[in-house]
Design a protein around this ligand. Structure first.
Ligand SMILES: C[S@@+](CC[C@H](N)C(=O)[O-])C[C@H]1O[C@@H](n2cnc3c(N)ncnc32)[C@H](O)[C@@H]1O
Length: 285
C-alpha cells in the first residue's frame, strides 16, 4: 500500500502511522457527524481513503480530517467517496428474473407488500424493481422504503435521472431479466438524460438511513441489501445481517449481492430460496 504520509523512508513506519491516522480520522468522524465507519473492511477503506486524497488534491489524511471536520459540505463529499455508490439498472439480470418468476408469485396474495432497499445508492435497483412490480400488477399495493447512508445518493435516487448513454445496456439487461416491453414506456429522454416516470416511485419513500447506527425496520416482506455488506468487516457484517433478518416477517425474503452470503445468528431462520441469486427466505412460523 502506498502511504498517505509523504517522505517516509520506512514502509513499516509509514504503515503504522497510516493506521493510527485512519483510526483517529474515523473516531473524529463519529464524534463530529455520527457516521461510524470503524467496522468497515480495512483494506477497502484504505483504498477509498487514498482515492479520496487523490481526487480531492488534499495531501494527507490529517489535513483531510481537519478540513472535513470544519466543513460539513466537504465531509458530505468525502463520505460519498468513502462509501461506494456504484449501481446499475437490472444489475445481475438473473436475480431480477428470479424475483419476477419465483418471489413475487409468493407475495401476490397479500393486500400490502412492504419492501426495503437498504443501501439503494443512486436508485437504479429501486427503479428496476418498481418496473418488475408494475409489470406484475403489484406496484400499487407496495410500500417501498429506499434508504442509503449518503444523503447525496438518496437525493439522486429520489430524482431518478440518469445518463441516456446507459439506456442500451439497461435495455439489454432488462430483457435478459425477462422484460418484454419497450423501456421508453418508463422514461422521458431529453438533453442526454433519461428521467423515470413519477408513477414508478409513487409508493416509495426515499430517505437517509444508517444501517450501522439507526434502528432497522420490521415486518418487511422483502429486503434488498445488495452489494453493501461486502464493504463491512466480518463482525459488523454479522451484526447488521442479524438485524436485517430480524426485520423480515416469517415467509419474507432477504436479497443479498452476488458475492455476499447469509451468515451469523439469523442464518438458522432462513432457507436458501434461490441459492445462485442470493435470495433467502425466512422460515414460515
Ligand atoms: C455498491 S452500492 C450498492 C447499491 C445497490 N444496492 C446495488 O446493488 O446496485 C453500496 C451502497 O451502500 C451504502 N452504504 C454504505 N454503508 C452504509 C450504511 N452504514 N448504511 C446504509 N447504506 C450504506 C453506500 O452509500 C452505497 O450507496
Amino acid at each position: 500500500m502506498v502511504s498517505w504520509h509523504r517522505g517516509r523512508a520506512l514502509a513499516t513506519e509509514a504503515s503504522q502511522d497510516d493506521d493510527a491516522d485512519l483510526a483517529r480520522f474515523l473516531d473524529a468522524v463519529v464524534d463530529r457527524y455520527g457516521y461510524d465507519l470503524r467496522g468497515y473492511a480495512p483494506a477497502s477503506l484504505r483504498r477509498r481513503v487514498q482515492a479520496t486524497l487523490r481526487n480531492s488534491g488534499i495531501s494527507s489524511l490529517p489535513e483531510l480530517e481537519r478540513r472535513s471536520l470544519a466543513d460539513p459540505a466537504l465531509f458530505a463529499r468525502v463520505l460519498d467517496s468513502l462509501t461506494v455508490r456504484v449501481s446499475e439498472m437490472f444489475r445481475d439480470p438473473s436475480f431480477f428474473q428470479a424475483l419476477r418468476t419465483r418471489v413475487l408469485p409468493l407475495l401476490r396474495a397479500q393486500p400490502r407488500i412492504n419492501i426495503w432497499h437498504a443501501g439503494c445508492a443512486t436508485g437504479e435497483e429501486v427503479y428496476s424493481t418498481a418496473i418488475v412490480l408494475a409489470e406484475e400488477g403489484l406496484l400499487d399495493r407496495c410500500q417501498i422504503y429506499a434508504t442509503d447512508l449518503s444523503p447525496h445518493a438518496v437525493d439522486d435516487a429520489r430524482l431518478g435521472v440518469y445518463a441516456a448513454e446507459g439506456l442500451a445496456a439497461f435495455s439489454a439487461r432488462y430483457r435478459a431479466a425477462g422484460g418484454t416491453v419497450d423501456l421508453a414506456r418508463y422514461v422521458t429522454e431529453a438533453y442526454g438524460r433519461v428521467a423515470f416516470h413519477e408513477s414508478l416511485r409513487r409508493n416509495a419513500l426515499f430517505f437517509q438511513h444508517d444501517l450501522v447506527g439507526d434502528h432497522l425496520f420490521e415486518a418487511m416482506d422483502l429486503i434488498f441489501c445488495r452489494n453493501v455488506l461486502i464493504y463491512f468487516g466480518r463482525a459488523l457484517k454479522e451484526l447488521v445481517l442479524t438485524k436485517l433478518c430480524d426485520g423480515i416477517r416469517p415467509g419474507g425474503f432477504l436479497c443479498l449481492g452476488q458475492s455476499e452470503h447469509l451468515s451469523g445468528a439469523g442464518r438458522a431462520r432462513f432457507t436458501d430460496f434461490a441459492r445462485n441469486e442470493r435470495i433467502y427466505q425466512a422460515v414460515p412460523s
